[in-house]
Design a binder for this molecule. Structure first.
Ligand SMILES: C[S@@+](CC[C@H](N)C(=O)[O-])C[C@H]1O[C@@H](n2cnc3c(N)ncnc32)[C@H](O)[C@@H]1O
Length: 319
């Protein structure tokens, strides 16, 4: 049982045992999560940037609401003494769901992916390429999509319009797509630099790549063994990777997640089992999902780019 349920929380009314900090060097000092509006933070956090907000809420919110919010904050931030952690349902060697939580609802990473694509929906327009299916293209691009293409690594199948490996796909048309949606795929590709170079090449000047990669995740296993889980990403590594290939364009990288949502996701606990404010809280120490919005430059700094190729029959039909 997660702490948020209230039934498995730490005993109340206990004075915390004074403990020596484990990390004494400032570079190793853990950053304390700051809870969102209305939750109780550690005394040393005050006065912080939220002091004004807290004062305003004290004036505006009824006392019982303030108390309830404070209780929630205390429950979510209290540090149990050593030996007093209640693991409850989480004390197990196999996850609660081995299917990322699909069997319980929407997995936590999918919640974040959908949040990102909803925020970037305006870019899912014109000719759009997606990997494996066009579910997100249709759902978030809607009527803005003029042509929807689906790339599969190995074979033509229902809905697939192009076949190719992102790391080596000279037959795929350059400068052809207004938007490329690549969700949860780059972690499976060892030659990730080559894959991002292809994504850049396929985009029209001014086109947008919307990419998500896992930071923390259970690993995917391909039963046929044609690909495997190679990488986890951080905002730092994703930014360097995309800035290298989108020179002159615009790259925005963000991360979502916190210790609670990361724990829930690793266990396969679904997003619907968490509260909206718990899902929304972002702790930079826990990058569960990294998102990239990369826009291709309109013109290469030194003139026309060499990769412009006409779309061929072969290119549109795959290898
Ligand atoms: C987890 S799925 C993600 C795509 C899907 N649209 C989604 O959001 O779930 C990852 C897919 O990436 C594809 N893939 C793996 N390596 C690839 C490569 N080198 N080029 C193109 N696709 C690749 C595999 O076919 C796999 O099904």
């Amino acid at each position: 049982m997660l702490l948020i349920e209230g039934r498995d929380t730490e005993p109340t009314g206990q004075a915390p045992t004074p403990r020596r900090p484990l990390h004494t060097h400032p570079a190793h000092a853990p950053t304390r999560p700051r809870m969102s509006i209305g939750t109780q933070s550690h005394p040393t956090d005050r006065p912080g940037p939220l002091a004004g907000v807290r004062a305003l809420l004290r004036r505006l919110l009824p006392r019982d609401v303030r108390r309830s919010l404070a209780r929630t904050g205390t429950r979510l931030t209290r540090v149990p003494p050593v030996g007093m952690v209640r693991f409850g349902s989480l004390r197990r060697l196999s996850p609660i769901s081995a299917d990322w939580g699909f069997d319980r609802g929407l997995p936590v990473d999918r919640h974040y992916i959908e949040e990102f694509l909803a925020a970037e929906a305006a870019s899912i327009r014109g000719r759009v390429l997606e990997i494996d299916s066009n579910d997100y293209t249709r759902r978030f691009g809607g009527d803005q999509v003029e042509q929807s293409d689906v790339l599969h690594i190995a074979e033509m199948g229902p809905g697939v319009t192009l076949v190719g490996d992102l790391t080596n796909a000279p037959h795929l048309p350059s400068r052809a797509f207004d938007c490329i949606v690549v969700t949860q795929t780059l972690q499976l590709i060892h030659e990730v630099d080559a894959a991002v170079a292809t994504i850049h090449r396929l985009l029209r000047p001014g086109g947008t790549a919307l990419v998500t990669v896992p930071g923390m995740s259970p690993m995917t296993r391909d039963p046929e063994g044609s690909w495997g889980y190679h990488w986890g990403f951080t905002t730092l590594s994703a930014r360097r990777l995309f800035e290298r290939h989108f020179e002159g364009g615009a790259v925005q990288v963000e991360a979502r997640g916190n210790v609670l949502t990361a724990t829930a996701f690793l266990q396969g606990i679904a997003a619907g089992e968490l509260r909206p404010e718990e899902l929304a809280y972002r702790d930079p120490a826990f990058e569960l999902l990294v998102t990239v919005r990369a826009v291709r430059a309109f013109a290469a700094p030194d003139g026309p780019e060499p990769d412009a190729q006409p779309l061929t029959e072969e290119g549109s039909a795959g290898r």
